[in-house]
Write a new protein. Structure first.
Length: 256
């Protein structure tokens, strides 16, 4: 009887190991790319890589899909997704002209806001209030249609009016520009800047000068439609997110 029990135990161990090997062999990997835009997507080398990264990772894990997250300058990310050389992009709101697939519903919303130094009383009051200000922006960010049109109309005739940052840490560089006086106004997602202010104790340097967007902009995870099973991955993502919302984990990650 003891011999049979031992044999049965070895059989269970064998089957378990075989199952694990099969699962690991069948797991797929998707590389998601974006620039630093914390708390939505943060640094690569920390436990908390950002709300959108963590939600996507947890939603897809049960479907045998692992997420690898990489930082890349935003304009380069857009270029690479157009070329089809990366799997997915994080935190995009405008997909026109891109061969990508997204969820039907956004994962989050972005509120675009003007930030200034605490030594000024200026407040955003429409596009006219930006006249005479050095405006800090990140290259190729979708800031709202009004602001984007304003930049487009004025950059060719007065490029010195804009302090444009690029690079995978363009947000941090733009905040530094505002603090040291290189720019007068920085237009960015409210949660991104306020998160950075809180984390680095900068409330005595920077303050909110009013929203520049009339309505919040939707944020999506977009997959390159050229990768195999892209539409299936989106379906898995939507189902996984629904499960996270049902358990309350989605909201826990959102406010983390």
């Amino acid at each position: 009887m003891l011999i049979k029990t031992i044999k049965f135990s070895f059989l269970l161990i064998f089957l378990f190991c075989t199952f694990n090997n099969n699962v690991n062999a069948e797991r797929k990997k998707i590389i998601l790319v974006g620039d630093y835009w914390c708390p939505y997507n943060c640094s690569e080398d920390i436990n908390y890589q950002g709300f959108l990264v963590d939600v996507t990772r947890r939603a897809l894990y049960i479907y045998g899909i692992d997420i690898e997250y990489k930082l890349m300058p935003w304009h380069e990310t857009l270029t690479e997704i157009k070329k089809g050389s990366i799997d997915g992009i994080i935190g995009i709101s405008q997909t026109k002209g891109l061969d990508v697939v997204t969820t039907n519903l956004p994962l989050e919303y972005s509120t675009t806001t003007a930030f200034i130094r605490t030594d000024t009383d200026w407040m955003y009051d429409g596009l006219a209030s930006l006249r005479g200000k050095k405006l800090g922006i990140v290259m190729d960010y979708n800031l709202t249609e009004d602001i984007s049109n304003f930049v487009g109309m004025n950059y060719t005739t007065n490029p010195g009016m804009f302090i444009i940052e690029d690079g995978k840490n363009a947000v941090i560089d733009s905040i530094t520009n505002l603090i040291d006086g290189t720019s007068d106004v920085y237009i960015e997602d409210q949660r991104v800047v306020e998160s950075y202010i809180k984390e680095h104790d900068l409330s005595h340097h920077i303050k909110n000068a009013g929203k520049t967007s009339k309505e919040p902009m939707p944020l999506y995870i977009a997959f390159n439609s050229k990768i195999p099973h892209a539409k299936e991955y989106i379906k898995f993502l939507e189902e996984g997110i629904a499960s996270l919302k049902a358990t309350g984990e989605y909201e826990d990650l959102r406010v983390k």
